[in-house]
Structure formats: structure tokens, C-alpha cells
Design a protein around this ligand. Structure first.
Ligand SMILES: C[S@@+](CC[C@H](N)C(=O)[O-])C[C@H]1O[C@@H](n2cnc3c(N)ncnc32)[C@H](O)[C@@H]1O
Length: 316
């Protein structure tokens, strides 16, 4: 179990046990794929021995390639950053300049800047404008820890077992073999007309993309690949998966902060879809035990972080 190394909107920590409950019991012996990697909470928790990760965002993927292949150089560079307003805006400009000029993966400096901005920007959010520039203001945190050296090294070890892709999620059709396990965490369909999408990258995830993803799930199912998918529990997405033989739709509740200013409070339904047969699954009781085992304190701490990010997303 490795802690995720970036704060990423849509982190899956608070529903991790629900996801694990659906996995086949022998999940540790299976090849695992996470095609919408983001912060990669499931992969880092699971530490697969074999598999792939993917994200369409090249800056994010550059970061993980650098963590995997150049972790010492990354740590050395990142240790020099300062949590000061003026420095932050210079670093942000440098980050956007590297992106504007085009970069090749691996780019250690870009990864170091992404790590720094992720820890010091407002709400620790990663957000881009239409031009693909990072545009989050300085976060004014008192003393944010930027370099978690041990965590980065542990993450590096986990990533060394995995192939890293920077493509559309359909790459999975090329790489997944029968018996593999895939966890899909696409950008969620908005909960209401007024709730906006989180802009993870220049391209938003459209209804058409949600349909393409359903078609990918159908193809994987035919091939004998197991998948688990999460999304918001809303009719337009639910309808895509209803009535398909071998698919099960589950409604789960993710806790939201009660004392927040968000208009939606309390428990929000989310949807999980899977084709893992019920008799193979870990089950909820055992999943709670494995996920909480020896780390209840970190869970509590990171839970509030995830919830906070969710509120921040909603209010924009
Ligand atoms: C909800 S986030 C994943 C959160 C992650 N599971 C975690 O725990 O932090 C969705 C991710 O999908 C990526 N993405 C968006 N469109 C994509 C596409 N067409 N193919 C692959 N990845 C995509 C985004 O860049 C973003 O990082």
C-alpha cells in the first residue's frame, strides 16, 4: 500500500473498499490496468506486480515516467522549490513555457514543477484553461511538505512493474488479456445541468466518450477481461449499462462533508459497474478489513482531503 503522490481531483480513496469488494479474490495475481490514472489511488493501494497505467494528460504521464525512471534526480530538483508567492508564479510560468514549447517524455524539470505546483497551488488542484495552461493561483499554505522522499521512492518501485501509456483509454483493447482486471475511473458525468465538469485536460469527456467507454467494456467482457467502472449515479450514464447480461450496476454512497458550503450535502450516490461474477468477488466485509488494515489514521486524514477537493470542484 503506497500513498498517492499527487493530490488529484476525483481521487478514489473514500470508496476504495467498495471497489476492492468487487475485485476477484485473487486480484493480486492478476495483471491490473488503470486507463484513467489521475492520482492512481487504486493502483498505488494495490501495488500490482504486472500491468499498465494510462492517462490522456501528457504532463501527468510525464510525471509518473520520471518518478519511475528518474526518482533521485526528481527529488534533488524538487527539494530546491520554495513556498513563496513570487517563486510560485515564476514556477507556474516556467511550467507553462515548457508545455507551450513542447516537451519530450521524460522531462525531469517539468515533473518537478508539477509536483511543486500540486502541493502549493490553491486547494492542491490541477486545472487547465482552454489553452492547456496550468492556471491555479498560489495556495498560501503555511508549510506544505513538497517532497515526500520515501513515498516517491516507494511509488517509483510500484511503477517499475508497470507499463505507462499516454493515450486515449481505448489502448486497453490492445493490451488487456483474458483474465486481466481493469479499473476505469473516467471523468464523471455531471450530477446536474448546473454542476460543471472538472476540467482535467483541454478536452472534456463528452456523452460520446461515455458511450465509447461502454463499448470498450462490452468488448472486454466478450474477451474475458474483468472490469470495474465508477461514475456518478445519474440516468444518462446508468442507461448505458442497464440490461446488459453479465454486467451488474451498484449504487454506493460516498460521504461528503456536512458543514461545507456546497449545496449538495450528506451522501451522494455513485455508480459502480462490473462484470466480475459475484462468486469470485472479495466481498464488502473482507474488503473493509484489507483496505483499513493498519492504516485507519491515514485513511481518515486523506478522506477529508478527497472530500475537500470534491467540494472545490462543485463550487466552480
Ligand atoms: C476521475 S480522474 C481519475 C482519478 C483517479 N482514479 C484517482 O484516484 O485519482 C480521470 C482522469 O482521466 C483522464 N482522462 C480524461 N479523458 C481521457 C481519455 N479519453 N482517455 C484517457 N484518460 C482520460 C484525465 O486526465 C484524468 O486524470
Amino acid at each position: 500500500m503506497v500513498e498517492p503522490i499527487l493530490k488529484w481531483a476525483g481521487g478514489k480513496r473514500q470508496i476504495l473498499h467498495e471497489i476492492v469488494a468487487l475485485m476477484p479474490e485473487d486480484f493480486r495475481n492478476r495483471t491490473f490496468h488503470e486507463p484513467f490514472f489521475g492520482g492512481g489511488a487504486v493502483t498505488f493501494w494495490m501495488e500490482p506486480k504486472k500491468g499498465t497505467i494510462n492517462d490522456i494528460n501528457p504532463k501527468l504521464i510525464n510525471f509518473y515516467v520520471v518518478v519511475r525512471d528518474h526518482v533521485d534526480e526528481l527529488i534533488e530538483d524538487a527539494k530546491r522549490h520554495k513556498n513563496e508567492k513570487e517563486y510560485f508564479y515564476k514556477a507556474r510560468a516556467e511550467f507553462n513555457e515548457i508545455v507551450r514549447n513542447g516537451f519530450e517524455i521524460p522531462n525531469i524539470r517539468l515533473a518537478s514543477l508539477l509536483l511543486y505546483l500540486n502541493k502549493t497551488a490553491f486547494n492542491g488542484l490541477y486545472r487547465e484553461n482552454r489553452k492547456g495552461e496550468f492556471n491555479v493561483p498560489f495556495g498560501r499554505y503555511k508549510n506544505p511538505k513538497i517532497v515526500y522522499e520515501d513515498r516517491l521512492k516507494r511509488a517509483s518501485e510500484v511503477l517499475r512493474n508497470l507499463d505507462i501509456y499516454n493515450e486515449d483509454f481505448t489502448y486497453i483493447l490492445r493490451v488487456a488479456k483474458p483474465g486481466d482486471l481493469v479499473y476505469f475511473d473516467p471523468p464523471y458525468h455531471p450530477v446536474s445541468e448546473t454542476a460543471s465538469f472538472t476540467s482535467y485536460s483541454k478536452e472534456d469527456f463528452s456523452k460520446k466518450d461515455q458511450e465509447r467507454l461502454r463499448d470498450v467494456c462490452l468488448e472486454l467482457h466478450e474477451k474475458g477481461v474483468y472490469f470495474i467502472l465508477s461514475n456518478s449515479y445519474v440516468k444518462p450514464v446508468r442507461e448505458l449499462y442497464e440490461g446488459i447480461g453479465g454486467f451488474e450496476i451498484l449504487k454506493i454512497y460516498a460521504k461528503r462533508p456536512i458543514n461545507s458550503k456546497a449545496d449538495r450535502r450528506g451522501e451522494m450516490p455513485e455508480m459502480l459497474v462490473t462484470n466480475v461474477p459475484i462468486e469470485l468477488r472479495v466481498g464488502r466485509e473482507k474488503a473493509r478489513l484489507i483496505v483499513n488494515n493498519g492504516r485507519s489514521r491515514t485513511l481518515v486524514a486523506s478522506k477529508s482531503l478527497v472530500e475537500y477537493l470534491t467540494v472545490a470542484e462543485r463550487s466552480t
